[in-house]
Design a protein around this ligand. Structure first.
Ligand code: NAP
Length: 282
């Protein structure tokens, strides 16, 4: 019998903790504020930004949205970031990706002060994750670690296989598992013998972006399966894992929706509170 790892329940617990920390900061006369920049009219980005705003409101975090025109220049965007960097009342800054193609994401992200980079995409924060000395971790892998901890799933000594090597999910995921003493393999589109490697996993994380990519024959009996994917299959939201069949072999598994997804925003809130605490030396 497998256990469903309930992202809604765990994210509620994470957000509740963050809310209590916000209240404690308020009692010290400190308010918490997140600035969110969105450039252009990408509908998915607009939904993500609206959800972030809603989460902030529920937790007592002030959120300021900067909705900029699609033709905003790099200079204009950098100037806004510079202003927000020096604005003491702003604790966290995030720039919703993707940006329109005339804007260089690397330049923009690296212009955000690392101390306010609550997405943890700045190269300084990426480097800090590498050496295991970090305050912020990209929200999705951080949320997965929170889920494992909440469920009492130890990583130490386990074979951990991550499918996907993106900078926002796969690579940091691998590093976090390594810091918890997992034995980590990161796979990608050029990996040979993917099925065989996946079958060695005690903890299997799928971050591929392809519906039903992970099938039953790739999973060891009793494995913990974490599905990061957010895909549409005939219009229906689904992950990277063939849940129906893989769940029969797994000891624990995250569903889509209701698994990793809800954790991402919860971890953004946590990072924002961390930023406020660090900046105010609490
Ligand atoms: P990405 O940047 O497109 O990376 C996908 C990774 O999958 C790449 O490293 C790619 O390998 C690998 N891959 C593709 N085909 C493969 C194959 N046949 N065998 C093995 N590896 C293969 O995607 P991402 O940003 O990491 O996101 C992955 C998924 O997670 C997407 O569905 C995304 O929507 C979802 N996501 C969900 C959340 C959430 O909050 N739930 C957050 C972020 C992302 P190469 O590097 O060799 O191309």
């Amino acid at each position: 019998m497998y256990k469903i790892i309930d992202g809604k329940e765990i994210s509620s617990a994470t957000k509740q903790k963050a809310k209590e920390e916000v209240l404690a900061l308020n009692e010290k006369g400190i308010s918490v504020c997140l600035a969110v920049i969105i450039v252009g009219e990408d509908p998915a980005s607009k939904i993500y930004v609206a959800n972030k705003k809603k989460a902030c409101e529920a937790l007592g975090i002030k959120s300021i949205e900067y909705a900029l025109d699609a033709d905003t220049t790099e200079e204009e965007l950098l100037s806004l970031i510079e202003t927000l960097n020096s604005e003491k009342s702003v604790n966290g800054i995030l720039c919703q990706l993707p940006l329109p193609s005339h804007l260089d994401e690397k330049i923009i992200i690296n212009a955000i002060s690392p101390e306010k980079d609550v997405d943890a995409f700045h190269t300084k924060n990426v480097g800090k994750i590498m050496i295991g000395d970090y305050d912020f971790v990209p929200c999705t892998p951080a949320g997965i670690m929170e889920m494992l901890e909440y469920e009492g799933i130890s990583v130490e000594g386990k074979n951990c296989v991550v499918i996907g090597r993106s900078n926002i999910v796969g690579k940091p995921m691998g590093m976090l598992l390594l810091h918890k003493n997992g034995t980590v393999t990161i796979c990608h589109s050029k990996t040979k013998n993917l099925v065989e490697i996946c079958k060695t996993a005690d903890i299997l994380v799928a971050a591929v972006g392809k519906a039903n990519f992970v099938t039953e024959d790739m999973v060891k009996e009793g494995a913990v399966v974490i599905d990061v994917g957010m895909n549409r299959d005939n219009g229906k939201l689904c992950g990277d894992v063939d849940f129906e069949n893989v769940s029969k072999k797994a000891s624990a598994i995250t569903p889509v929706p209701g698994g990793v997804g809800p954790m991402t925003i919860a971890m953004l809130m946590k990072n924002t509170v961390t930023a406020a605490k660090k900046q105010n030396e609490v």
